[in-house]
Design a protein around this ligand. Structure first.
Ligand SMILES: *Cc1c(COP(=O)(O)O)cnc(C)c1O
Length: 380
């Protein structure tokens, strides 16, 4: 045959997750920790590697790591599920609570994987857009839940990419309003310190998602976990890939989790640098900055895509352009890096905004000229 039978129809509308591998000197696009693992942990890890039985399949449920996480949260191992990054767990949640004939309540603008995995699993999606300040439209959400047809709702808290936190009272109202699975994505918990953990015993439909990718410098490793009722965890073990969390990941994530106090200073640095970033950006005219309880900051300005390009081409700084995402028109998101990276970013923004301001004064032709010259000012 010289033809290819098409895949499932759902894939037609799907665009692969934006995994563009753009090179730059300063990487502030993916909310990673700006520092690799501390040297002392790398040394300990190097010692452990020799003892790993790479020839043997890993423990499917990451028993040791699971026990560590359970103890730290005052729970039993049966309340914990470790995954190949939080992303794998989001897919597992939609495989088990979504699927054909079932419905996800999504609250955009938010983390795009919820919607992508819903489409991938044939889950119907109902969207209730956030309000202008990005807070959850609580009246609309509670009214929709009261209809009784929602199977799963995911709330990113703090919300990526907007940075805001939903009031705990709203999350409790949601838990009281529905028997749907309520997933609170706490990927930025180590920065915000907000968690719904205290409400787990009263609400069997509550699940929390955490990750090693942000505060714990392990985005390249792929490890995340869920905390939830053991009935929920048991259902998820039916849909998960048995060996998705490999031996190396289990050893590394266990070491990092056991020694997680060493990350506290770095987390404090990120918070301090975030304040510097918020302060610096809000001092620039023409920029609206949104408050953040995570390790990134969203801001809005005219010609956002052009500014994004200037940052990359003229300053080798990569941030994330959300200006084509509904509800995030003219918005860019920058991750909080090291103090030096934040200074470099703010300096670059000052220059870009000043030259744009000059272009505006001299009329639009100056802007057009800049673009024709690959983003650099025209000679003469
Ligand atoms: C980063 C992130 C995750 C999970 O990331 P992994 O690297 O797959 O663990 C989950 N939810 C949100 C909102 C995130 O920002």
């Amino acid at each position: 045959m010289d033809r290819l039978r098409p895949p499932r129809r759902e894939l037609e509308e799907l665009v692969p997750y934006d995994a563009k591998d753009i090179r730059a000197e300063v990487l502030l696009a993916s909310n990673e920790n700006p520092a690799n693992l501390p040297g002392e942990l790398l040394d300990k890890l190097a010692d452990r590697v020799r003892d790993i039985e790479f020839n043997r399949y890993p423990d499917p449920l990451s028993g040791y790591l699971r026990k560590l996480i359970a103890e730290a949260n005052g729970l039993e191992p049966a309340n914990v599920l470790v995954g190949n990054g939080g992303d794998e767990l989001i897919l597992n949640l939609l495989l088990a609570w979504g699927g054909p004939g079932r419905t996800l309540l999504d609250l955009p603008p938010t983390f795009s994987m919820y919607g992508i995995d819903a489409q991938m699993t044939g889950t119907h999606v109902v969207q209730i857009p956030r309000l202008d300040d990005f807070s959850v439209d609580s009246d609309a959400v509670l009214a929709r839940l009261a209809q009784g047809d929602i199977d799963i709702i995911v709330i990113s808290n703090p919300n990526n990419p907007t940075g805001d936190v939903s009031p705990e009272t709203l999350l409790i109202d949601i838990l009281n309003a529905t028997d749907a699975l309520v997933v609170v994505d706490e990927a930025y918990f180590e920065f915000s310190r907000h968690t719904m953990r205290p409400h787990m015993e009263r609400h069997p439909n509550l699940v929390m998602l955490r990750t090693f990718s942000k505060a714990f410098s392990l985005a390249g490793l792929r490890a995340g976990y869920l905390l939830g009722n053991e009935d929920v965890i048991r259902e998820l073990t039916k849909v998960r890939q048995p060996y998705s969390v490999n031996r190396f990941t289990q050893v590394t994530a266990s070491l990092v989790f056991r020694e997680r106090v060493v990350f506290q200073a770095g987390i404090r640095d990120v918070m301090r640098n975030r304040d510097m970033l918020l302060h610096g950006l809000s001092g620039m005219s023409g920029i609206t900055v949104f408050p953040s309880e995570a390790n990134f900051v969203l801001f809005r300005l005219d010609h956002a895509s052009a500014v994004w390009r200037d940052l990359l081409h003229d300053h080798s700084i990569l941030i994330r352009d959300f200006s084509r995402t509904p509800g995030l028109e003219d918005c860019l998101r920058v991750t909080v890096g090291t103090e030096e990276e934040v200074r470099r970013f703010l300096q670059a923004m000052e220059e870009i905004m000043a030259s744009r301001h000059a272009s505006d004064i001299f009329g639009l032709s100056a802007v057009a000229e800049r673009h024709q010259n690959g983003g650099r000012p025209a000679d003469g």
